[in-house]
Design a protein around this ligand. Sequence first.
Ligand SMILES: [Zn+2]
Length: 156
Amino acid sequence: MNEDLNQEIKSNKQYNPQMHSAEHILNQTMVRMFSCGRSFSNHIEKKKSKCDYHFDRNLTEEEIELLNKNVNEVIQQDLIVKEEFYSKDEALKMFNLSRLPEDAGEKVRVIKIGEYDACPCSGLHVTHTKEIGVFNIISTDHKDGVLRIRFKLPDD
Ligand SMILES: [Zn+2]
């Protein structure tokens, strides 16, 4: 783990491990439901967050409801979130590393959420998924091949 990056993340008060962990689960749920890619761009904040996906249309009400339900079912399983380290060569076989920073180093940190999701990431996460709380999609829209999903978690 890059200590400087860790400090930088911790000192950013907007950074929210609950939100960020929810993003991992949302991405995996999108991949499983729609065979699309993980979000290519996102904005994660304590109050509300958004994730953008390359997608050919907006979601229907039923799909939004099901997506919301599926994400919450994963959260409610209280899966353990843990980090594992792989060499770059190993990681390249398993993951798309195009979003990894250039200076990520020789070891790639992978965040695993139970058996549900695994994704290279240098951020901060919860240790159990129930810490995330209830996931709520606020809205979705679609423009120029991009599906945007806005969501929030309970205020505390
Ligand atoms: Zn992460």
